[in-house]
Write a new protein. Structure first.
Lengths: 312, 172
C-alpha cells in the first residue's frame, strides 16, 4: 500500500527491462536507460519493483508454469460451459442467481475489465463488440449460433447465415432477424436496442415480442416492456464515445463508471445538473476534468478508485 | 498490509460498518458460496481490505461497496482453487516425482495466481508472447519468427504484460 508509484514509471520500467534483455541492445540505448534511471527517484523505485518481479517470475519453474496455467484456464472454462449448458436447458432455475456472481464471469470465454472494449470477428463473419466490464460465452454449433451474455453489454452485427442467431441472458432470449443490435444486462433485466432491422425478445417465462429498428426495450424473466424510441448516442461506445444529450449528472456518471475501475458517483446536491456533449472513453480522467471545468462541481478523490462529484 | 497505520483509521466508522453489515455480508457470501467456512473467511478478508483502504468515512453505499470487494475475493478464491488443482495435476503427470518444499510451493502458487490474474487482462497474443519469453526461454527474435510478427511488436506486448504485473502488484 505504502508509496504508490505512478503508473507511467511502472510502464517505463517494464519497457526498459524488455529493451535491456534484447540480445541486440545498442550502447546508446543502455545510456538512455541510465539517464532515465538517474532522472527521478520514482524511476529507481519502479526499477527496483521490476527487478523484484523478475526474481519472483524466475522462481517459478517454466516447465511447471505453462501446463499449470493453461490447465487452470481450461478447468475454469469447463465449469462455465457446464453451467451455461444447464442454464440454457432451463433445468436448473435455482442456478440463475449464481450466474450473476463474479466467479462464473471470471470464467467466461470473452471478457473485458472496466475501461476496456473489444471487437471480435465471429466465425460466421459477423462482428461482436464487447463493452467495458462485460463477459460473454460464444457457442457456435453446426445448427445454431448462440452467445451467452453473462454481464455487461454487447453490440452484435450479424452475418448472413442459415443458422439462427441468438443472445441468451438470465432473463431470456434475444433472437436476431438479420440485424445490428445491442444487448445489455442491468439491474436484473436485459435491455435491447435495435439499430438495424429487427429482433425478437423472448423472456424465459413470457410471450415473445418483436422490436424494430430505432426502438429499444427491456425485459425481465416474465415480460417485455413497451418499446421506446432509441436514445441519442445509443451504441456510441462501440466507437469509444459516450454521447450525452441534456442528461442528468448522476445518470451520466453511472454510465461513465462502467468504463472506469472503482467508485464514481456524485453528491445529491449536484445529481440533477444537466450536461450535453461527446466524450472520449479512452481517457475517463480527462472526462472528469472537462466536467469540473463546465459544471459547478469539484471532484473529491479518496483514492484513484474512489471519486465523487461535490458542489463547489 | 500496513497494520502500523492503524492510528490513522477512522476507528468508530469501521466499527460501525462492521457492526451494521458484517452479518449481512456473511449471509450474502454464504448464499453465494454455499459454504459457511469460506463465507466467514471472506467476510473477514473483506473488512481487512476496507481497513487497508482507509476510506471508511466516505463510503456512501456500504453494502454495495462491501459486496464489490467481497465479489473480487470470491473470484480470487476460485482462481486460486483452479491453480492449486492444476498444479497438482501437472505434478502428477510428470514422469518422475518432483520434490518441492511447502514454502517454495506456497511461493510458486502465489506467483502463478498473480500471473494468471495478470494474463486475464491481456489479449491472447500478448499472453502467448509473455509465456514464450518468460517460461519457454525464447529470445525476442525467435518469438517474432514463430508468431510471424515484428521484433517491435513482441517487445511492445511483453512490456505491456510486465507493466500489468507491476501495476497489479502495486494495487493490492
Amino acid at each position: 500500500m505504502a508509496g504508490e508509484l505512478p503508473r507511467s514509471a511502472l510502464e517505463a520500467a517494464a519497457h526498459w527491462y524488455v529493451q535491456l534483455n534484447d540480445t541486440a541492445l545498442r550502447p546508446a540505448e543502455r545510456a538512455a536507460w541510465e539517464r532515465w534511471l538517474a532522472a527521478d527517484a520514482a524511476h529507481r523505485q519502479a526499477w527496483a519493483r521490476m527487478q523484484a518481479l523478475e526474481r519472483r517470475l524466475n522462481s517459478v519453474p517454466g516447465d511447471m508454469a505453462v501446463p499449470t496455467l493453461s490447465a487452470a484456464r481450461q478447468r475454469r472454462r469447463r465449469t462455465v460451459k457446464l453451467l451455461t449448458l444447464l442454464l440454457s436447458a432451463g433445468s436448473l432455475a435455482a442456478l440463475l442467481p449464481q450466474l450473476e456472481s463474479g466467479w462464473q464471469i471470471a470464467r467466461a470465454d470473452l471478457r473485458t475489465v472496466a475501461g476496456e472494449r473489444r471487437r471480435i470477428q465471429l466465425a460466421d463473419g459477423g462482428t461482436l463488440d464487447i463493452n467495458s466490464a462485460s463477459a460473454v460465452d460464444v457457442d457456435y454449433r453446426p445448427d445454431l449460433r448462440r452467445l451467452h451474455l453473462l454481464t455487461g453489454e454487447i453490440l452484435v452485427q450479424t452475418a448472413a447465415d442459415p443458422r439462427p442467431f441468438e443472445v441468451h441472458t438470465a432473463n431470456g432470449i434475444v433472437r436476431a432477424l438479420g440485424t445490428r443490435f445491442s444487448v445489455r444486462r442491468e439491474d436484473g433485466e436485459t435491455r435491447v436496442a435495435v439499430l438495424e432491422h429487427a429482433v425478437e425478445l423472448r423472456p424465459w417465462a413470457g410471450t415473445a415480442r418483436r422490436l424494430e429498428a430505432g426502438q429499444q426495450s427491456r425485459f425481465d424473466d416474465r415480460e417485455v416492456a413497451a418499446a421506446q424510441a432509441l436514445a441519442i448516442g445509443e451504441g456510441a461506445w462501440r466507437d469509444g464515445k459516450l454521447i450525452a444529450n441534456d442528461r442528468r449528472l448522476d445518470d451520466f456518471l453511472a454510465e461513465l463508471a462502467r468504463h472506469r475501475p472503482g467508485y464514481l458517483a456524485c453528491a445529491p446536491e449536484v445529481a440533477g445538473l444537466r450536461l450535453s456533449g461527446v466524450f472520449r472513453l479512452a481517457d475517463t480522467d480527462a472526462v472528469l476534468d472537462t466536467l469540473a471545468a463546465s459544471l459547478p462541481i469539484r471532484w473529491r478523490y479518496a483514492t484513484r478508485y474512489w471519486v465523487r462529484a461535490e458542489p463547489i | 498490509m500496513n497494520i502500523a497505520a492503524a492510528p490513522d483509521l477512522p476507528g468508530p466508522t469501521i466499527a460501525a460498518l462492521y457492526r451494521d453489515h458484517h452479518g449481512w455480508l456473511s449471509g450474502w457470501l454464504r448464499r453465494k458460496l454455499g459454504n459457511r467456512f469460506d463465507a466467514a473467511d471472506l467476510a473477514q478478508d473483506t473488512f481487512l481490505r476496507v481497513l487497508a483502504a482507509r476510506n471508511a468515512t466516505v463510503i456512501e453505499e456500504p453494502r454495495k461497496y462491501l459486496a464489490t470487494i467481497a465479489n473480487g475475493l470470491v473470484v480470487d478464491r476460485f482462481r486460486r482453487l483452479s491453480i492449486e488443482q492444476a498444479w497438482l495435476d501437472t505434478l502428477a503427470a510428470r514422469p518422475e516425482p518432483v520434490a518441492v518444499s511447502p514454502e517454495t510451493r506456497a511461493l510458486i502458487l502465489e506467483t502463478l495466481v498473480a500471473i494468471d490474474r495478470m494474463l486475464d487482462a491481456l489479449g491472447p497474443r500478448a499472453r502467448e508472447i509473455f509465456l514464450l519469453a518468460q517460461f519457454e526461454g525464447l529470445t525476442y527474435a525467435a518469438i517474432g519468427e514463430r508468431l510471424g510478427i515484428s521484433l517491435t511488436t513482441v517487445k511492445k506486448h511483453l512490456a505491456r504484460a510486465l507493466a500489468q504485473c507491476l501495476i497489479l502488484a502495486e494495487g493490492c
